[in-house]
Design a protein around this ligand. Structure first.
Ligand code: F6P
Length: 335
């Protein structure tokens, strides 16, 4: 069989763990399979840019940021039938049985369009996708994207740093967070760092209220602004400064954009494990000849019902056993 792996969209941390787990699981389970890396994401699929991957080529990459395969966006792919046809043909001509994709919202849409073309043309390739994005904007009611927790870690750390200066100087900081039109990253990092307010996309912000909130605080105030909100930081700053002027009070306001710092750097352990687990599952399913599909990672914001205390305390009634066999197999497959 021939497998191919592609990383698309933004380069969220965890993508390298995904690539590694696809390659290792495949070559450990069935060494006769060839694994191909698609270079530069969707662009490489259109340009027919494939590179053979062996176990050594993915050594030591699990926690590294970015993607060793590269990722170049081709937004037109989701709608342009000529590009879709080219991508589908390349998959056919390279005899790819399964294409494994880790990418964000745009990537999943592109994968779907190509999959539709593949079916229409009776091409045998199947496409298995996993959510890879710091935005957490793919099927997020089913699970959170690979890369989300890594970006949260970075954001949390930056917000702590900013707090030091905000506190020492009694300043207000307006801090922009990436996330496209999703507020997840802004919101969760705000919760983790104890920020005072998170401005969400589409929100009708009550600036008078915000100004009062700032006035009532003693030292530091961090207001996170999600990328999808329709005003720039300097405009928000001006609005608040005007209100303070009218109220005859002085508050120093500064702006800072976390943006690309949130996306880069080492992957969080939870992203490495989730990416590896999803990839391993995909490879196993490919050998079972599953149809194209989307694989979610673990939940964020999942709130299961509480377990009665007497059950939790009773080892005979609740699971207090060793590691399940499937997880042992997973560990062995990644060697
Ligand atoms: O989708 C991931 C993301 O990081 C978004 O949060 C952001 O809007 C966008 O990518 C930035 O893209 P680029 O790297 O092309 O500027």
């Amino acid at each position: 069989m021939n497998f191919a792996v592609l990383t698309g969209g933004g380069d969220s941390s965890g993508m390298n763990a995904f690539i590694r787990a696809i390659v290792r699981s495949t070559l450990n389970m069935r060494p006769e399979t060839s694994v191909w890396g698609v270079l530069d994401g969707w662009k490489g699929l259109i340009d027919n840019d494939f590179r053979n991957l062996d176990k050594g080529s993915v050594a030591g990459i699990a926690s590294a940021g970015g993607t060793i395969l590269g990722t170049v966006r081709v937004p037109e792919l989701a709608t342009d039938p000529i590009l879709q046809e080219t991508a589908a043909r390349n998959l056919h001509d390279n005899r790819i049985d399964y294409l494994f994709v880790c990418g964000g919202n745009g990537s999943i849409k592109a994968a779907h369009s190509i999959n539709t073309m593949i079916k229409a043309e009776n091409i045998k390739t199947k496409i298995l996708c996993a959510p890879g994005s710091i935005d957490n904007d793919v099927c997020n009611e089913h699970g959170s994207s690979i890369g989300f927790y890594s970006a949260l870690d970075k954001s949390h750390e930056m917000l702590e740093w900013i707090k030091d200066t905000a506190s020492s100087h009694r300043r207000v900081y307006l801090i922009k967070s990436m996330g496209r039109d999703s507020a997840y990253l802004a919101f969760y990092s705000g919760i983790a760092a104890g920020a005072e307010y998170v401005v969400c996309p589409g929100e009708n912000v009550d600036y008078e209220y915000l100004a009062t909130m700032i006035e009532e605080r003693d030292r530091d105030t961090r207001i996170i602004v999600a990328e999808g909100y329709d005003q720039e930081l300097h405009t928000i700053r001006k609005t608040l400064e005007d209100i303070f002027k009218k109220r005859n009070v002085i508050h120093e306001i500064r702006t800072v954009d976390m943006s690309y710092f949130q996306r880069g750097g080492k992957a969080a352990v939870s992203d490495i494990i989730r990416a590896s687990w999803v990839a391993y599952r995909m490879v196993k399913d490919a050998y079972d000849h599953v149809d194209s599909g989307f694989y979610t990672a673990f939940y964020t914001g999942h709130s299961p019902e509480p377990i009665p205390l007497h059950l939790a305390a009773d080892d005979n009634k609740t699971n207090h056993e060793g590691i399940p066999q499937d997880i042992i197999n997973f560990a062995l497959a990644l060697r």
